[in-house]
Design a protein around this ligand. Structure first.
Ligand SMILES: [Zn+2]
Length: 432
C-alpha cells in the first residue's frame, strides 16, 4: 500500500508540475525579455500598450519583430495585406509550408500579452529549430497578421475574405484600413496575391493567451482549443401600449419594459439551464417614449447567442422564441426578433490538430484541457483554408484587453514548447 501511494504521488507530481524536458523546451527568460521589449512600442503610463494597427507604435513594433525573425534564421517579407512573413525553406520543395503565428497590434489601452505571446512564441520555435540545426521537411512560415483587433484584416485577406467595403473603414490609427495596409508596406490593390488557397498551407497553429480564467483558476498548463465560437445577433422589438403612469391601474397595463424584463430573465434562464457551454446575452436596451411618467409602449433590446455548434445556437434561439410567445400572451404585448447581418459562423479547429497538440502537451508532462474560445482570433479565418489548431496558455485572473493582462514566463515557454513539438509532429506526418 505505501509504495503504491508513493508511486501515485509521483505520477501526480509529474503531471501537475510545470515540468519540461530540458532538451526541447523554449527559453522562458528570452521570451519574457522579448515580450517586455515589444511592450515598449506604444507603452502607456499604466503599464500596458496602446499599439493600434497602422500607428507609429505598430510600425516600430513590426520592425522589432522583423529583426527577431532574422535572428531566428528566417527570410522576411511583407505580403500585399501587410502580413509579416518569416520563412525558412524545408528539405522538400514539393511540400506546403507549416504556418504559425499571431498578431502584435493591440486594442487602445491593451496589454502586453494578447497576440504578442503567439508571435514571440512562434519566433522562439523558429529559433529553437535554427539553433539546433534542425531542417524540417516542410518550409516553415512564421506570421504576424495585420490589424487583428480592427477586424482580422490580415488573416481575412489570406483567406480571400477581405472585401472592398471593409478597406474603407476607419481604423483606430485615424487612417482607413486601405491606407493603413499601404503604411505597413502592403498593397491593397493587389490583395489577391496574398490569398492562400486550400492546400497551399499544410497546417496553421496559433499560440495565444486564454483571455479567460479557466486555465488560471484550475491550474491547468495548456488549453487545447476546440474552436472559435459562432456569434448571432438579433434586434428584439417589444410592443405594448404607452399610457399615463399615474392614471393607468396596474392590472390594465401592457408595459413593454416589464415584458422586456421578463424576456431578459427567460433568456438568461434558458442559456443557463440547457446543458452545454452556450452563452446568451441582452447587452443593450432602450425604452420608448422614455419618460419617468409614461408606461413604455415600446422597447428595443439586443440578443446575442454564442456557441461552437450552429445547431445548438439555433436550439437556444428556438427555445427563446417559444418562450417569448408565452410571455407576450400573458403580458398583452408583441415580441419580434430581427436577425442582424453581423453573424460569425463557428470555426471548429481540426480534430487531428487537437490530438497532436494534446499529445505534445502530454509528452512534455504538462496538464491540458479542451476548451472553446469565446473570443475571435485570426485562426478562425485560417481554419477555412488550412487544418488549424490553437494552443492557449493561462491569463492571470482571466484579465485581457487591459494593462493588467499577465502570463508568466514559464506559461509562455510551456506554450512555445507545445508549439515546437506540434510543428515537428506535423512535419513528421502526424496529419497524414
Ligand atoms: Zn489576440
Amino acid at each position: 500500500m505505501p509504495s503504491r501511494f508513493v508511486f501515485s504521488l509521483l505520477l501526480l507530481t509529474a503531471t501537475t508540475a510545470h515540468a519540461q524536458a530540458p532538451e526541447i523546451s523554449a527559453d522562458p527568460d528570452r521570451m519574457e525579455q522579448r515580450i517586455l521589449a515589444l511592450g515598449r512600442f506604444g507603452s502607456n503610463p499604466v503599464g500596458g500598450v496602446s499599439r493600434v494597427a497602422f500607428s507609429d507604435a505598430d510600425i516600430a513594433g513590426r520592425e522589432y519583430v522583423q529583426d527577431l525573425m532574422r535572428e531566428a534564421g528566417l527570410t522576411v517579407r511583407i505580403d500585399t495585406a501587410g502580413n509579416i512573413i518569416g520563412r525558412r525553406e524545408g528539405s522538400d520543395d514539393a511540400l506546403a509550408p507549416i504556418m504559425f503565428g499571431s498578431h502584435i497590434d493591440s486594442v487602445p489601452g491593451g496589454g502586453n500579452y494578447d497576440g504578442d505571446v503567439g508571435v514571440v512564441g512562434a519566433i522562439e520555435v523558429a529559433q529553437m529549430l535554427y539553433e539546433r540545426g534542425i531542417v524540417t521537411q516542410h518550409p516553415i512560415e512564421v506570421v504576424t497578421f495585420t490589424d487583428e483587433e480592427g477586424g482580422l484584416t490580415g488573416s481575412r485577406a489570406m483567406a480571400g475574405k477581405l472585401t472592398g467595403a471593409t478597406l474603407q473603414l476607419m481604423s483606430h490609427a485615424g487612417v482607413t484600413i486601405e491606407d493603413g495596409i499601404r503604411r505597413v508596406g502592403g498593397d491593397p490593390d493587389r490583395l489577391d496575391v496574398s490569398r492562400r488557397k486550400p492546400g497551399e498551407i499544410a497546417a496553421f497553429i496559433e499560440l495565444h493567451i486564454e483571455q479567460g480564467a479557466i486555465l488560471d483558476e484550475e491550474g491547468v498548463d495548456i488549453g487545447v482549443v476546440e474552436g472559435i465560437v459562432g456569434i448571432r445577433w438579433w434586434e428584439v422589438t417589444i410592443e405594448g401600449v404607452a399610457n399615463h403612469a399615474g392614471t393607468t391601474p396596474m392590472h390594465k397595463r401592457r408595459d413593454a419594459m416589464v415584458t422586456a424584463a421578463e424576456m431578459t430573465l427567460a433568456i438568461n434562464r434558458i442559456a443557463t439551464e440547457l446543458p452545454g457551454r452556450q452563452v446568451a446575452t441582452v447587452g443593450q436596451i432602450e425604452a420608448f417614449p422614455g419618460a419617468p411618467n409614461v408606461i413604455p409602449g415600446k422597447v428595443v433590446m439586443s440578443l446575442e447567442i454564442r456557441d461552437l455548434d450552429s445547431a445548438k445556437m439555433q436550439q437556444v434561439f428556438d427555445l427563446i422564441a417559444a418562450e417569448s410567445q408565452r410571455i407576450a400572451r400573458t403580458r398583452g404585448a408583441s415580441i419580434r426578433f430581427d436577425e442582424l447581418d453581423l453573424n460569425a459562423e463557428p470555426a471548429p479547429t481540426d480534430q487531428r490538430m487537437r490530438r497532436i497538440i494534446s499529445a505534445s502537451a502530454e509528452g512534455l508532462g504538462l496538464t491540458f484541457k479542451s476548451m472553446p474560445s469565446g473570443a475571435g482570433h485570426d485562426a478562425q479565418d485560417m481554419a477555412t483554408i488550412a487544418p488549424t489548431g490553437m494552443i492557449f496558455v493561462p491569463s492571470k485572473d482571466g484579465i485581457s484587453h487591459s494593462p493588467k493582462e499577465f502570463t508568466s514566463a514559464d506559461d509562455m515557454a510551456n506554450g512555445a514548447s507545445v508549439l515546437y513539438r506540434t510543428v515537428l509532429a506535423i512535419d513528421n506526418g502526424a496529419l497524414e
